[in-house]
Design a protein around this ligand. Sequence first.
Ligand code: ZN
Length: 204
Amino acid sequence: MRIFEVGEHSKAFCHDCGKVVRTTFSRRDVAFNDGKGTARDVLVGVCDECDRTVSVPHQSAPALSRARKAAAQAIEANLPAAYIDVLDCAVHRIDSQASTDFRRALVTYFVHKIAVDARGGALLLLTHRKAVARFPEERGIVRRRLSMKVPPRVTEDFRRLEASTELNTTELLKSVVFLIQIRVLDESRPRLLDELRALSAIWA
Ligand SMILES: [Zn+2]
């Protein structure tokens, strides 16, 4: 695949000029391929004779793909405060310098690992039973809000796991967080910790 730069030339058919013309690559705002909204400063081929955008090189296709621009969606739940404490302790164990935003990376990492594991659903259900046994919810228990913006693909993983386990978002998050407690805080898994530390190093 050839990568073009601004100012380089090619050829394309121009409808306005009604013929094949020489084009010059330039960066312009172009409508997304679903027509809703505009991608900025995309490399396109411009007709040398009438200045109309007449071609879009391969390298610009990802920028014009609406899927890539899809807004992050939030996964939200009101969890008993103990779960948020677990999450923050795990973040701290991985990297004492990490901000609370690393919670998002940690949960995303685990959700992804579980989603690609054929036994992931069963594991979540088992972990959920352990979680509610460990942190029984009496009336008036303090709850804290967990809200994380994640890419659409992660939301899809989450919805699939909700469907396969029949747990709602809150219950699923309890299970994921409790699994994080087991794997990161209770057990000694040096390779997992190394992997998560690498993730933390590039996260900020
Ligand atoms: Zn033209």
